[in-house]
Design a protein around this ligand. Structure first.
Ligand SMILES: Nc1nc2c(ncn2[C@@H]2O[C@H](COP(=O)(O)OP(=O)(O)OP(=O)(O)O)[C@@H](O)[C@H]2O)c(=O)[nH]1
Ligand SMILES: [Mg+2]
Length: 302
């Protein structure tokens, strides 16, 4: 399946609501614009983005005489795509690079590390996985399974080990081996726990200090958490100064619009998106493609 089809399939539930307003059967009238704004708000994009985008699109529609559903859809997708800040540097392809994955429990950190390791190993990049989730024994095993699947070595410590020390070891090893891409998994934690956030801040600090290669901190967010994802992102960003995002579980959620809301609110780039549990279900983020999949592009008149 082509990447775009895969993304479209994944976002089908998010798209349903938006699609409906393009099939009202009536005019592009006041009600249409109100419906559009409401639908964007309901789609987890946030009130500010919804208002701004609707106002801009309304002006554009008047100026350019846009009246058909395909024209309006296209303009909407383009306008929404502008909301996303562009990544200045992609930490997975600008090598050498060390990336720390942080986020709440179950967001998809370990899976994302596994998918990336598999993809870049296949491309011939010398990868190394660091297991700084020493909190659960199962976490180390899960990462090792991914490491075997990807053909990439995992460096970790026994359960209960200090996560910052793991990072130190991993970066030592990476340097000794000339690893090009170092992917470090951390333990999930609630953004509301100051103690655990301090521990993570230490992990980041130690890694930045030890590393001789650029260190990027990536927040992994589960799209299905909707607005709560936005709160998590704010707290993690305040505590750690996040460099960018990976949004997971965009397959089958009706809350895909949260990606727009978070990227806008925190002004952070999205590096990758997760669209399934398998090793190939991770895609490079393309704002326009994403917004087209979100808005839909079927034929039809309003
Ligand atoms: N459908 C879907 N499931 C995903 C995706 N990414 C991860 N998952 C699933 O989400 C669950 C949690 O993923 P993990 O990678 O273990 O999450 P984590 O952030 O490492 O969790 P903790 O280590 O407990 O904090 C697993 O069942 C994954 O298969 C995705 O993009 N789509
Ligand atoms: Mg994990």
């Amino acid at each position: 399946m082509a990447l775009f089809d895969n993304l479209k399939k994944g976002l089908s539930r998010s798209r349903e609501a938006l699609s409906e307003i393009f099939y009202m059967g009536g005019e592009v009238d006041e009600e249409f614009w109100e419906n559009l704004e409401d639908t964007l708000v309901m789609g987890d994009m946030g009130a500010e983005v919804a208002m701004q985008v609707t106002d801009d699109l309304r002006e554009q529609a008047a100026r350019e005489n846009l009246r058909t559903a395909p024209q309006l859809r296209d303009a909407l997708a383009r306008r929404l795509a502008e909301v996303f800040p562009r990544a200045k540097r992609d930490p997975f392809s600008s090598l050498p690079s060390c990336v720390l994955f942080v986020g709440i429990n179950g967001a998809g950190k370990t899976t994302t590390v596994g998918k990336l390791a598999a993809a870049y190993h296949d491309l011939g990049v010398r990868c190394l996985i660091g297991g700084a989730d020493t909190f659960r024994a199962a976490a180390i095993e899960q990462l090792q399974v991914w490491g075997e699947r990807a053909g990439v070595e995992v460096i970790t410590r026994e359960r209960g080990g200090d996560p910052a020390s793991v990072c130190y070891d991993v970066l030592d090893q990476a340097e000794a081996r000339g690893s090009e891409l170092v992917l470090i998994d951390t333990a999930g934690r609630l953004h509301t726990s100051p103690e655990l956030m301090r521990e993570l801040a230490k992990v980041v600090k130690v890694s930045r200090k030890r590393a001789t290669i650029p260190v990027t901190v990536v927040l992994v967010i589960d799209a299905t958490t909707g607005q709560n994802g936005l709160n998590q992102a704010r707290e993690f960003n305040d505590a750690l100064d996040i460099d960018g995002l990976i949004v997971t579980k965009l397959d089958g959620t009706a809350k895909g619009g949260i990606a727009v809301g978070i990227a806008h609110e925190l002004n952070l780039p999205i590096f990758r998106i997760g669209v399934g549990e398998g090793r190939d279900d991770l895609q490079t983020f393309n704002a326009l493609e994403f917004c087209r999949a979100l808005v839909g592009e079927t034929e039809g008149m309003i």
